[in-house]
Design a protein around this ligand. Structure first.
Ligand SMILES: C[S@@+](CC[C@H](N)C(=O)[O-])C[C@H]1O[C@@H](n2cnc3c(N)ncnc32)[C@H](O)[C@@H]1O
Length: 362
């Protein structure tokens, strides 16, 4: 008998690994809005949505979802790559808008739903909200990344169009949940973005931008679904469908279970980042050590060959020495013949003189 357990992936006694398969098929870090499909389904049920402006498209994996729910989608991305162009070109319901938000917003039709998931910093989000609240007062606005790490800390896509006076000092290090300081072992942008060196304070972070917009506008409502970096929903009180949207989302926005799971998820993920960083550092150490050992082995081989050569030369010299020691003593040199002849001539001359000498005496 087939039982219905709702959304749970359970497998069966005959297929006990189905849930594990589903788990490993997901990316290690969920970050795309695609994961919020059921929230968008709820939203589209509660109010008419004919036009969507999607700010921050990245791979385009979620754009078709809004089209499948019945909308025409304007996909805003400042520097789309070929892959994204191909995805959007292949679907007539999706219109690529090449440029940064909020600058391009006035060029687009006023939308029923704005999905803000572009440059996650106070300056950009505050300007996006100011434009939408002034020009699309009946729109629902969904904001991603209203919780950690961007809720209270700016992040700046590079190269950043944010004027230096509107940006906080930023770094390529990233946050972790394990301490309050930034670290290269944290959630880093790998060249895509930098983050504000300090969290908190005024004009810092996506959620702070929403709160300031709410303070200024007065009659807008905002709730957060505490999952996958925070899904914020903003709508004007009294606009069509606003009450229905917030009522329908209440099981999610009030879920302590979701909040606990999100905190556990970011704790686990930043632990994984730290372990990966340490493993990479150890691999670099091991590589350096291997290079040192290789160089030392080559030096040892060179010294060993020098030693072998010196031993061979020494042995040859020792043999030569021994041979010289063992050789018989040389015979005394033969007297010189001429010298011998001269001596005997001298002898003869002396004898002759001696013989003459008595006869010449008086
Ligand atoms: C987090 S990703 C978007 C992910 C996508 N919404 C999803 O759920 O799959 C952020 C994207 O915003 C883009 N972006 C950065 N600054 C932007 C801006 N000012 N306006 C629009 N998009 C921007 C980045 O290039 C990046 O592709």
């Amino acid at each position: 008998m087939t039982r219905d357990f709702g959304a749970a992936v359970t497998g069966s006694p005959d297929d006990p690994h189905e849930q594990a398969r589903a788990a490993r098929e997901q990316p290690l870090l969920l970050h795309s809005m695609a994961v919020f499909r059921e929230l968008f389904e709820t939203l589209f049920r509660c109010r008419d949505v004919a036009v969507v402006v999607e700010v921050g498209v990245e791979s385009g994996q979620v754009s078709a979802l809004y089209a499948d729910l019945g909308a025409t989608v304007h996909c805003v991305e400042p520097a789309p790559g070929d892959e994204l162009r191909a995805v959007l070109d292949g679907d007539p319901r999706l219109n690529l808008v090449e440029g940064p938000s909020p600058a391009v917003l006035p060029d687009l039709p006023v939308a029923d739903l704005y999905i803000l998931d572009g440059d996650h910093n106070y300056a950009v989000v505050r300007d996006e909200l100011a434009w939408i609240m002034a020009n699309a007062p009946d729109a629902v606005v969904v904001l991603h990344d209203v919780l950690w790490p961007c809720g209270r800390r700016d992040s700046y896509y590079q190269p950043s169009p944010v004027a230096p006076r509107d940006a906080h000092p930023a770094t390529t290090d990233g946050p972790t949940v394990w301490h309050d300081e930034l670290t290269p072992a944290g959630f880093v942008g790998d060249g895509a973005y930098t983050v504000a060196e300090r969290a908190g304070g005024p004009r810092n972070g996506v959620l702070t931008a929403v709160e300031d917009a709410l303070d200024e506008a007065g009659d807008w409502r905002f709730q957060i679904v505490p999952a996958v970096f925070g899904f914020g929903v903003l709508a004007r009180a009294g606009a069509p469908g606003t009450d229905a949207v917030f009522d329908a989302l209440r099981p999610y926005t009030s879920s302590r279970l979701l909040a606990a799971m999100e905190n556990n998820r970011i704790a686990l993920y930043t632990r994984v980042l730290q372990l990966q960083y340490e493993a990479a550092a150890r691999t670099e150490d091991a590589t350096r050590l291997t290079e040192t050992v290789n160089a030392q082995q080559q030096e040892i081989a060179r010294l060993t060959s020098d030693l072998d050569r010196s031993r061979t030369e020494n042995a040859a010299r020792s043999r030569e020495l021994q041979r010289l020691r063992d050789a018989p003593p040389a015979p005394p040199p033969a007297p010189d013949q001429e010298l011998g002849a001269a001596v005997s001539n001298l002898g003869r001359a002396l004898s002759a003189r001696i013989r003459k000498t008595p006869e010449s005496r008086p």
